[in-house]
Design a protein around this ligand. Structure first.
Ligand SMILES: NC(=O)c1ccc[n+]([C@@H]2O[C@H](COP(=O)([O-])OP(=O)(O)OC[C@H]3O[C@@H](n4cnc5c(N)ncnc54)[C@H](OP(=O)(O)O)[C@@H]3O)[C@@H](O)[C@H]2O)c1
Length: 212
């Protein structure tokens, strides 16, 4: 699959690296090919291709958005037609002061992104944990139980595609419903950050799903 990354910092770089090593063609949609994050992503994995945002997105089947939430509008500007009909994996989180929801819990960040790119199939995924778990999500000793990746989106085929990438990355994808469910995922993120980074539990934990 051809995959483009808008944003290759803490979150984008390990995902890009691992997806490339799984055999995907992975391009960095770089506004500045010399930026620190691009150089570090390339140092981690020289097989990543660096392209202009429009070139990377135009040739991608699926695009990951992994920038700070407050820059998504500028990151997506001028890409609208290139993104039409494509799957956009929203890895961003709107985080406000004192670990509150950045949009005052009135609407999810993913839905506001969907409004920016109405012809794109937005799926929220790869958000509910710290980046450490995107680098390494192995949790030995739990048998067949895999760490859960909760996803949300309103298009079935787009979600199936993202779920397949989750599986390839050794996550158990869990479909939480349509894109409006992203608001709850964004609150889960705040919970994880609070537990891991504020209360001091550390980054080495994830959720799993037991069902009967
Ligand atoms: N950190 C975590 O543990 C974590 C976990 C889950 C989700 N998230 C969410 O994931 C997103 C990324 O977080 P991060 O920690 O990876 O951030 P980061 O390390 O600061 O990386 C941000 C990336 O976005 C790029 N960028 C910044 N402004 C841009 C713009 N206007 N247009 C295009 N690209 C731009 C940066 O490129 P340059 O180097 O060129 O500036 C960099 O590659 C955030 O929304 C965050 O809430 C973070």
């Amino acid at each position: 699959m051809n995959i483009a990354f808008i944003g290759v910092g803490n979150v984008g770089a390990p995902l890009a690296d691992r997806l490339q090593k799984l055999g995907h063609q992975v391009a960095i949609a770089a506004r500045d090919s010399q930026s620190k994050s691009v150089k570090e992503a390339l140092a981690r994995n020289p097989a990543l291709v660096v392209q202009s945002p429009i070139a990377a997105v135009s040739s991608a089947d699926i695009v990951f958005l992994a920038t700070p939430f407050n820059v998504v509008e500028s990151a997506l500007s001028n890409l609208n037609s290139a993104l039409d009909g494509k799957v956009l994996v929203d890895c961003t989180n709107p985080v406000g002061a004192n670990l509150t929801h950045g949009l005052e819990s009135k609407i999810s960040g993913s839905e506001t992104i969907q409004q920016l790119v109405p012809n794109t199939l937005v799926v929220k995924a790869f958000t509910i944990y710290g980046f450490e778990n995107f680098e390494d999500n192995t949790y030995p000793g739990y048998g067949d139980l895999k760490p859960a990746m909760l996803i949300a989106g309103s298009d079935r085929n787009a979600k199936d595609l993202v779920a397949e990438l989750c599986r390839q990355l050794a996550w158990e994808p869990i479909d939480t419903g349509n894109l409006a469910m992203s608001l709850h995922l964004e609150h889960m993120t705040l919970l994880w950050i609070n537990m891991a980074r504020v209360q001091g539990r550390g980054a080495g934990f994830v959720w799993a799903m037991l069902q009967r």
